[in-house]
Design a binder for this molecule. Sequence first.
Ligand code: GRG
Length: 323
Amino acid sequence: MEDLVAEKHVKYILSVEKKKDDFESLVLEHLRMNGAYWGLTTLDLLHKLGAVDPDEVISWMMECYHQDCRGFGGNIGHDPHLLYTLSAVQVLALFDRLDVLDIEKVSDYVAGLQNGDGSFSGDIWGETDTRFSYCAICCLSILHRLDKIDVEKAVNYIVSCKNLDGGFGSIPGGESHAGQIFCCVGALAITGSLHHVDRDLLGWWLCERQCKDGGLNGRPEKLTDVCYSWWVLSSLIMIDRVHWIDKDKLTRFILNCQDRENGGISDRPDNAVDVFHTYFGVAGLSLMEYPGLKSLDPAYALPVDVVNRIFFGKQRAPSLLAS
Ligand code: GRG
């Protein structure tokens, strides 16, 4: 089996962080905060978070912070949104620097986006999506402020997005998709509500995502993509069905998507690499306990040692206890 070219991936991530005007940087311009989370978490999984200066990252992040509403934008001068606020909170948690936040105000911003039916809007413009339910619940849990929302209504809304195939969609009646399943199962795990999941039914749907090439797709009849190694595997772990996947074949698929010369991982073999797929490829390997990588918590999408630090000192993460 081809080995993970870890050093090359570290170099690649560090080079992307520095570049400001190539194609990848321009494409990522509006979601640079998410890019920071993907890149920095990859470095941490590879034991190389020390290669970046936290003060430099944090001072840029705080320029993306909106003093008026207390949410984070995807880049300097961009509007605030739950998607970027969660990434900001996750990056601060990685650096153990949540102290730079006004936690009451940020959590008020997040809680203020809950709607009467329990769902969450991503920002003031009102679109709802179970991705935003996850962002809000994960963020408030990391900040120890879940009491600011109606958790029961939030859970009931997520359950209303469950389908007959056992999966979950973005809104009630929306098609089951592995990405949305991660969000719904993750939010249910964090809130201790996994009893709403039919583990065998969902586990069957999820393990059917593995295709002949060993990779996973996000829904039936779609192409495999390295990123589903995270969305599908994390969900399978949370419902205790990860042994239904052929791990060796999936590991081989991910390793075949590496750029072995310049570092980085792509969606499928021989395609161009990017930070998103590099993170989710390394994350998938970490979930399969690939040697030398830090362990990731499947619900919080943060290294287990970071989650332990947030909640318990050195004990196990709550997402793992809740299942
Ligand atoms: C902290 C890990 C973490 C996540 C935050 C934003 C979010 C919460 C979750 C996103 C979940 C999601 C919907 C992932 C799917 C991303 C993706 C590859 C979408 C592509 O969709 P299509 O329809 O692709 O273009 P398919 O593969 O279905 O053809």
